[in-house]
Structure formats: structure tokens, C-alpha cells
Design a protein around this ligand. Structure first.
Ligand code: ZN
Length: 233
């Protein structure tokens, strides 16, 4: 067999190796894609820190409310336990209680607002956590399916490399070098099949003598137009 025959056989295997290798890379890219997961995790962490901050504000208001409530209780006690006898003083204490109660009403209102806000943050957090767990589940299922494909691809690549060895052994270094160069510069096709007396890649028609040559044992035969090896099959 001439060198062109081995090169053509090599090209078929290299084409399959490229195809399988490309798919393997695509899958690895898909598996490494975590932008969607990171996005949800980031949103959850933002909501959690927002909730923490609102809880701290609520705590501050609630502490102030407790202090004021204590003051109101003490002042009211002092009104009834007879410890204050002076009418001016009694009036002052009544004023103070009124003003404390007004402040208390404002704080109560604020506490309700914060409770409402925190409640709504809890709802949002719950939804995000559900989305996260759904996404993780989906990714795990996908991973299992991809793993089956990876195993198949690796098996195929291994077999192709085993098949490639004996063919490589038949090819002389200088032809292999030309083949590699052509594959690099000519869209990965170094050997063109002759179909209907024409180069099947560039379409150039070939005179009968060239077609005859392609069928002979001659090693070096190139398409005059696209400069690829010609092989007649
Ligand atoms: Zn051609």
C-alpha cells in the first residue's frame, strides 16, 4: 500500500479523535460552570446579612422600649404609693409618663415595621434556598449523565489510539510531517478523496492521467489546486 492510503486511514482516526476530544472538553466546561450556583449563593448571603442587620436594629428599638416601659411602671408606682405629695411634682410625673407613652407608641410602630420587614426577608430566603437546592439536584443528575458519556468517550479515545499505532508505524516521518502541516493549515483535512474524477474537497476536476496516478502505488500526489494529498479510495 502507498503512503497516501495510510495517511487517509490516519486522517479518519484523527478526525474521530478530534470529534471525541472536542466533546470531552465541552462536557468538562459544562461541569466546571458554576456561575448560576454562585449567583444564588451570593443572593442568599446578601439576604442573610440584610436580615442580620434588620434584627440588630429591631433589638436596639426593643431594648429602648423595655427601658421606657420600666420607667413608666416606676413612675406610675410613684404616683400611687404616696411617696410624692407635692402637687407640682405629681404634675411633673404625669407629664413625664405622657411623654414616655408617646415615645413608646412610636417604638411599637417601628418594631412592627421591622418585624414585617424581617418576615418578608425570611420569605425571600426560603424561596432562594429552594431554588438553590433544585439547582444542585439538577446539576447532580446532569453530572451522572455526563459521567456515563465521559466514560464512553474515554473508552473510544483509548481504542482509537490503539488502532492508530500500527498505521503510524507504516508512515514515513517526512510524510507524517507533511500530513501534520496540511492538517494544521487546511482545516484539518490533509488527504482529499477523489470522487467523480475531481478533488472532493476543492472540487477541482482531474485529468484521467492524474486519476490513474492516484490509483497507482505512487506515494506523492497532490491536488494542484488545494495542495492536499489525493487518494482514490
Ligand atoms: Zn483539491
Amino acid at each position: 500500500m502507498n503512503q497516501r492510503t495510510f495517511l487517509y486511514q490516519l486522517q479518519i482516526i484523527d478526525h474521530d479523535l478530534d470529534k471525541n476530544g472536542k466533546r470531552l472538553l465541552e462536557i468538562q466546561d459544562q461541569l466546571a460552570f458554576n456561575k448560576d450556583l454562585n449567583q444564588i449563593e451570593h443572593e442568599i448571603s446578601s439576604l442573610e446579612s440584610e436580615k442580620k442587620s434588620q434584627n440588630q436594629k429591631l433589638k436596639k428599638i426593643s431594648d429602648e422600649a423595655n427601658t421606657i416601659q420600666d420607667k413608666i411602671t416606676k413612675s406610675e408606682q410613684s404616683l400611687y404609693d404616696g411617696s410624692i405629695k407635692n402637687p407640682k411634682q405629681l404634675q411633673d410625673v404625669n407629664f413625664e409618663i405622657d411623654s414616655l407613652k408617646k415615645r413608646m407608641a412610636v417604638l411599637d410602630e417601628q418594631q412592627l415595621e421591622f418585624l414585617f420587614l424581617i418576615d418578608s426577608l425570611d420569605d425571600q430566603l426560603k424561596l432562594k434556598e429552594e431554588s438553590l437546592s433544585t439547582l444542585i439536584g439538577r446539576k447532580n443528575d446532569q453530572k451522572k449523565i455526563y459521567q456515563i458519556e465521559i466514560d464512553e468517550l474515554e473508552k473510544t479515545i483509548k481504542k482509537l489510539n490503539i488502532d492508530k499505532n500500527p498505521i503510524m508505524n507504516q508512515i514515513e516521518d517526512s510524510y507524517l510531517e507533511t500530513y501534520e502541516k496540511l492538517r494544521k493549515t487546511k482545516n484539518k483535512i490533509a488527504v482529499s478523496l477523489i470522487i467523480d474524477n475531481a478533488c472532493s474537497i476543492c472540487g477541482n476536476g482531474l485529468p484521467p492521467m492524474e486519476v490513474q496516478k492516484a490509483k497507482s502505488s505512487i506515494d506523492e500526489l497532490f491536488c494542484p489546486v488545494c495542495k492536499r494529498f489525493l487518494y482514490s479510495g
